[in-house]
Design a binder for this molecule. Structure first.
Ligand SMILES: Cc1cn([C@H]2C[C@H](O)[C@@H](COP(=O)(O)OP(=O)(O)O[C@H]3O[C@@H](C)C(=O)[C@@H](O)[C@H]3O)O2)c(=O)[nH]c1=O
Length: 186
């Protein structure tokens, strides 16, 4: 096995990345990111930014966020503490799965990340208190080019595992999708 076991998920370009773990008496070691290996899957991924978040209460939801065609970005999401239900929504207008979502359960210590390509929105719900996420981003944070989708949009019909709690003011005000939504053409 190489340093990663990469599994394609139902939306093209979305991957589960299992990190090979080396165990010994001291504990363990794993490579979290390797540009050379991961670029072979989906589009090349060059890290521009690394972010970290901690979310205190179980059931909290962050998202759904994306950067538009002026600053498209891929993300590699890893859970460092607790557990989250991590969601990616396909916003590529030419995709056969446009507006379909897929979720993965990420747990600290499971050695797994979600690789989300450009042209997707991302969000998550915490399944435990004090959940921490590490995000690797392929583009700079560009608020002027950021968009959001409502986590309760009936057109997406995301089946959140818990009642949706603790949305930020911004995440409570994302518009519902309508016929003018053009997605993220790449
Ligand atoms: C994302 C981000 C936020 N910020 C600032 C803006 C704001 O004052 C504060 C909190 O930002 P937000 O409320 O947008 O944080 P949050 O709602 O946690 O945003 C995150 O949500 C998840 C779902 C993602 O996928 C991330 O990429 C990111 O968009 O941090 C930065 O300075 N740089 C950044 O890269």
């Amino acid at each position: 096995m190489s340093e990663f076991l990469v599994k394609a998920l139902p939306l093209a370009g979305l991957f589960s990345v299992q990190h090979k773990r080396f165990e010994d008496d001291r504990g363990h070691f794993a490579r979290l990111f390797c540009e050379g290996s991961l670029s072979a899957f989906g589009q090349p991924f060059h890290i521009r930014q690394i972010n970290h978040s901690c979310t205190r209460a179980r059931g909290s939801v962050r998202g759904l966020h994306y950067q538009n065609s002026n600053a498209p970005e891929a993300k590699l999401i890893t859970c460092l503490r607790g557990e989250v239900w991590d969601v990616a929504v396909d916003l590529r207008p030419d995709s056969e799965t446009f507006l379909r979502w897929h979720a993965e359960h990420l747990r600290a210590g499971d050695g797994r990340s979600l690789l989300i390509p450009a042209g997707f929105a991302h969000g998550f719900q915490t399944l435990t208190d004090d959940a921490e996420l590490l995000y690797l981003h392929s583009a700079d944070y560009t608020p002027a080019h950021e968009g959001g989708l409502s986590v309760n949009d009936p057109r997406l019909a995301i089946a959140w595992p818990l009642p949706v709690n603790n949305l930020s003011a911004r995440d409570s005000s994302h518009p519902l999708l309508d016929e003018h939504f053009a997605g993220v053409p790449l």
